[in-house]
Write a protein that binds this ligand. Sequence first.
Ligand SMILES: Cc1cc2nc3c(=O)[nH]c(=O)nc-3n(C[C@H](O)[C@H](O)[C@H](O)COP(=O)(O)OP(=O)(O)OC[C@H]3O[C@@H](n4cnc5c(N)ncnc54)[C@H](O)[C@@H]3O)c2cc1C
Length: 428
Amino acid sequence: MSSHDLRSHGRRRFLEAGGAGLALALAGCAAMPSAATRSRVVVIGGGYGGATAARYIRMLDPSVEVTMIEPNTEFISCPMSNLVLGGFSTIAAISTPYTALTQRHGVRWVRDSATAIDLEKKEVRVSRGETFGYDRLIVSPGIDFMWDALPAMRAEEAQNYVLHAWKAGAQTFGLRRQLESMPDGGVFVLSIPEAPYRCPPGPYERACQVAAFFKAHKPRSKVLVLDANGDVTSKGPLFKKAWAELYPGLIEYRPNTKAIDVDWRLKTVKLEFGDQKGDVLNVLPPMKAGSIAAPFITANNRWCNVDWITYESTAVKGVHVLGDSLQIAPAMPKSATMANAHGKTCAAAVVALLKGEAPNPAPTLINTCYSMVSDKMAVHVASVHKYDEKDKTMKAVPGAGGVSAAMNEQEAQYTWNWAKNIWADTLG
Ligand SMILES: Cc1cc2nc3c(=O)[nH]c(=O)nc-3n(C[C@H](O)[C@H](O)[C@H](O)COP(=O)(O)OP(=O)(O)OC[C@H]3O[C@@H](n4cnc5c(N)ncnc54)[C@H](O)[C@@H]3O)c2cc1C
């Protein structure tokens, strides 16, 4: 069933039930299993949002059967993955097995990809054909790429050559290899799409990490940042200070420079105005919700709207969406800290809903986002997001949070502490 079929199918089902009010009531009844049966939650995606939700549901109510569908053999963190490009960390150091989640917390892990969701039968099908029934479904597949925005990049050979490394793992490793093979005096071109995209400060941190590598090993080389946005989208003054003080002459930043295609054979990024050649191209395509979340996309053909109290999709009852797939609330970044916080809030709401209880009516979330500007120094931005009853959205609390006063080594220690804490909080 295509995503469009799924969408219209879901709508038809609700309409057949006799209108929105009745549909809501029926969905609510279906979510409450009889005392004799265990409630079943299926989670699609074992990243920051999904794994956190799976773990917390089991901790809050061990009677709930939680099945997590995730194809990767282990969790590999995007946060800290830019350090692998800089040569200051390894894939092994940012990877965590799923064993604590399965053995300590009793999450059932299906190592496969979800390929279809039957909203009527309340079942998820995986690629090997098996199906998993649910009372509530949690969808946290992260992002997918809008290749149509860079037409030549639709070809597999182009994608194998021009890496994004915006999902940590093989691509991170591959991009590091390309940097190692690049001649001294070469140009690393980093192309950033218009916001919103996963991790607003991530590309600027990457520019620092690659420049740190060049400074130590290929000092005649250059990082060229082509940004479709009008300015650095996060921690701008801090990044610009780091570039000027730590990497003079190594990083060139060009705002309002949007990529419209790539000629991988000619190692060229095609821009709205002119072309740019490079020795290593790192093009971040525009992004949208992970493809399995397509039936729940409600904003700009890209993102999923939810009720911020329960994370229930505004398109389909009984389905909750988390993390980067969401249409973000004002000033809320697409970050691991946020996805982890979504996971916890959603887990508590799902446990309450399964018991027929009311969820917390006023959730508050905290975001902290660190960026390593070298191997030893870091900066951060923090914010607090509170549910606004009147506008039914999350709003940043004025005066709470802010950016770090300076870049320093203490911040780098906090960065690693943050990473280890969130890996433990997500995976157990
Ligand atoms: C380079 C980089 C640096 C970053 N640094 C930071 C940082 O310092 N701090 C911070 O807070 N955030 C950072 N982020 C952002 C952070 O990684 C994301 O915001 C976060 O991973 C979002 O969590 P998620 O659960 O939505 O997606 P993910 O963590 O990507 O998890 C999605 C999971 O779903 C799985 N999946 C997808 N489709 C299916 C399917 N059909 N069936 C089953 N499973 C599926 C995937 O395999 C994946 O494991 C960074 C991102 C990048 C790229």
